[in-house]
Ligand binder design. Structure first.
Ligand SMILES: [Mg+2]
Length: 452
């Protein structure tokens, strides 16, 4: 599916002109002739990008942009402001209103399409992150805040040029002037928040540095802003197609630079927040928060895989079900906090007795499951016995209740048999566990080699 672009301009000829050029590049174009119509169409059609005229009667481009960026439903749509004027105040005002880019009329095709491609790539990444985030949490995110200072690497062909450029940074950014390409890459890898790089100096192969930063996983998401000569659209296109985040024209205006730096930094922190929350949610989906072991859902899926592998290639697997003896008494006597402490302590002792490739999970309240791939019932029962002995060997100290408590554990072991389903394998291990409990607890029972 091609990208949908909303073209907003009060003059019909301008809209038609842009539509013709964008359609020729296979973009799907929607039009609006005023600010209010833009807001309406943006909410209704959810475009991938908005080309927004500045000078419009009534609600102008700045106000329209502010409203788009204030609405959570449209905040993430990139906005390119288009103006007949090349006024620096307008650029800064536009960027501060939340515009992602600024183009001057008459719009140069090469510049337009390079910008559009670059912004659409960025949107694709953010959309993907947001989608996964929403499917994990079912909620809309907030906006990243800008706080504290940020380290910016300022790179140019020579030290003096780098220092001059660094002097144009706003106060909240700490600039590090550099003129050595290898040094720039190294410093970026060490964790700079942003790289500002002058690509107008031929002595310094700045685009190669940009390409290296983009190819390296450590710096792939570090924003890069390039400084280019205003009259060389080819340079700008090459830079944007290499994946740099933004381009600013020489001579560099400090106000415009400040607005662009802030936009990039906000975007970076927003993407970081999304990534962090995503990782957290993926982890939460498989990990039991109390013990740090895999949860029941994950264990069930691994068990299903193990049974499939057994059917496909006779890859043997055994299961141990452990249950802490008289766990209810611990909770009743010392409280749930003490019970939680015992669960964590049992987990720690159990872990020391298992092989690295054994998969351990919390299967229920005080029940644990271990999957031992490649292990026969006898090896599994030896592992279960090691765990049982380690738990019974010495009492547990419960810091919260200030007491030590004897804890024992019972185990049922079952090896996979031909024709097994996950349910049947578990049912045999469970029956063995029941026998261990019935026979006096603190022991390991291996299931009979016939279906339960
Ligand atoms: Mg106009």
């Amino acid at each position: 599916m091609s990208a949908r672009i909303l073209v907003v301009d009060d003059i019909e000829t301008n809209r038609r002109l842009l539509e013709a050029r964008l359609s020729a590049e296979y973009f799907d174009v929607v039009q609006a002739s005023s600010g209010p119509e833009c807001l309406e169409k943006a909410a209704e059609t959810v475009p991938d990008l908005i080309l927004l005229d500045v000078m419009m009667p009534g609600m102008d481009g700045f106000e329209t942009c502010k409203r788009l960026k204030a609405d959570p439903a449209t905040r993430h749509i990139p906005v390119v402001m288009v103006t007949a004027l090349d006024q620096r105040e307008d650029r800064v005002k536009g960027l501060e209103a939340g515009a992602d880019e600024f183009l001057t009329k008459p719009v140069n095709d090469v510049a337009l399409f390079a910008r559009v491609r670059s912004l659409l790539r960025l949107k694709e990444v953010l959309d993907e992150l947001r989608l996964r985030q929403e499917s994990a949490f079912g909620s809309e995110d907030g906006e990243a805040d800008l706080d504290g200072s940020a380290t910016v690497i300022v790179a140019a062909g020579d030290e003096q040029a780098a220092e001059r450029l660094a002097a144009k940074l706003p106060r909240e950014f700490a600039g590090r002037p550099m003129a050595d390409p290898a040094g720039v890459v190294k410093a970026a890898r060490a964790g700079a928040e942003l790289v500002l790089i002058d690509i107008s100096n031929a002595k310094f192969d700045a685009l190669r540095v940009c390409a290296r930063l983009r190819a390296d996983t450590a710096t792939r998401n570090t924003p890069i802003i390039c400084v280019v000569e205003g009259d060389t659209p080819q340079e700008m296109v090459r830079a944007l197609d290499l994946g740099v985040s933004d381009v600013v024209n020489r001579p560099v205006d400090p106000g415009e630079l400040a607005a662009r730096l802030r936009t990039q930094l906000k975007r970076k922190r927003y993407a970081e927040q999304l990534r962090d929350r995503l990782e957290e949610s993926l982890e939460m989906a498989v990990i039991d928060p109390l013990t740090g072991l895999y949860n029941r859902r994950y264990m069930a899926s691994r068990l299903r895989q193990a049974v499939d592998a057994w059917e496909a290639s006779a890859e043997r697997v055994s299961v141990i079900l452990f249950d802490i003896d008289h766990f209810k008494r611990i909770n009743d006597s010392w409280g749930h906090q003490a019970g939680d402490e015992v669960l964590r302590a049992v987990t720690a002792r159990m872990g020391k007795q298992l092989r690295a490739l054994d998969i351990a999970g919390r299967y229920g309240g005080e029940e644990f499951m271990v999957l031992l791939s490649g292990a026969a019932g006898r090896e599994a029962s030896e592992a279960a016995e090691r765990v049982r002995a380690a738990i019974a060997r010495e009492p547990f100290v419960m810091v919260s209740a200030g007491v030590t408590v004897e804890v024992t554990i019972s185990a049922g072991v079952a090896e996979i048999l031909h024709g097994d389903t996950p349910e049947r394998l578990i049912a045999r291990a469970d029956a063995a566990l029941y026998q261990a409990k019935a026979a006096g607890r603190n022991q390991v029972v291996v299931a009979q080699k016939k279906a339960a």
